[in-house]
Design a protein around this ligand. Structure first.
Ligand code: SIN
Length: 272
């Protein structure tokens, strides 16, 4: 077993993993330690690695079962890899608004692994926000309110322009994370269409949601990553939000992302 050397970032989330290459499949004990580290730090950084697409998928399997996107077609020969690409002539980027990945699914990915393949000369950072701290930082009356509300998520906001049947589901607004037993705020500006109380739409839902999103993305909750080619970042896709900056007009940026869904090796004992 590789002994992991993990140092926390000076940020509200994130840690660097030293001495481990995603090019080698971690032993089961190492994968277990990585998953525990992800529970603690929410975001793991492995600096400047040379990793092939197949190796990236194998590494991602340490955190769950690699899954295809379901709407966006995967990289040729690697359906589990989403090729996140902005070409010099593109104006919009992928993931340029705060979000978590695929929250409109009944069982959204539990984690995601992202590798920088090609970067602009400047810009193209990614930001993450700690949603445990967002929940814990709410005033008590709002915590009590969000504890009993849910939200309807749909694929139509982000992916409505692509030919597919809309996928919708309802999730609690402040779920308990099954691995840590901690509540987190589960807002997603690009998928939530309404807030619900016992199945009925909340009258002031739009105002409350806007307030929660602003609260969830405050500067003091964020880590901002300035990429180097080869960097691999893994995030807990439940207790974090993320957003890719779109500040490099006329340049190319290419990332490979693998999302993983829950499987036996990602479940933790019930809290308590
Ligand atoms: C994503 O939204 O998952 C991709 C983020 C990025 O390209 O930095």
């Amino acid at each position: 077993m590789t002994t992991l050397h993990i140092t926390a970032l000076t940020a509200p989330l994130g840690a660097t993993v030293h001495g481990l290459s995603p090019a080698q499949q971690p032993a089961p004990e190492t994968a277990h330690a990585l998953r525990k580290a992800l529970d603690t730090h929410l975001l793991l950084l492995l600096k400047g690695m040379s990793v092939s697409p197949s190796q990236l998928v194998t590494f991602a399997a340490s955190f769950g079962e690699p899954a295809s996107h379901g709407i966006v077609v995967g990289l040729a020969g690697h359906n589990c890899i989403t090729d996140i690409r902005k070409e010099p002539e593109h104006w919009q980027n992928y993931g340029g608004t705060w979000h978590s990945d695929l929250s409109f699914q009944t069982h959204p990915p539990v984690a995601a692994v992202l590798q920088a393949k090609e970067l602009p000369t400047t810009g193209g950072d990614t930001l993450w926000s700690n949603q445990y701290l967002a929940y814990e930082g709410l005033p008590q009356h709002l915590r009590e309110r969000v504890d009993v509300l849910s939200a309807e998520h749909t694929s139509n906001i982000a992916f409505g322009g692509m030919a597919h049947d809309a996928v919708s589901t309802v999730h609690p607004l402040a779920p308990v994370h099954p691995r840590t037993g901690r509540r987190y705020l589960y807002v997603n500006p690009v998928s939530i269409v309404r807030l619900l109380a016992n199945g009925d739409e909340v009258n002031d839902g739009a105002e409350l949601l806007a307030h929660l999103i602003a609260h969830a993305t405050q500067t003091q909750l964020l880590y901002r990553h300035s990429w180097s080619v080869g960097d691999v970042l893994v995030w807990d896709n439940r207790s974090t939000l993320h957003m890719a900056m779109n500040d490099y007009p006329g340049q190319r940026r290419v990332m490979h992302r693998v999302v993983v869904i829950d499987s036996a090796n990602t479940r933790a004992p019930a809290p308590g």
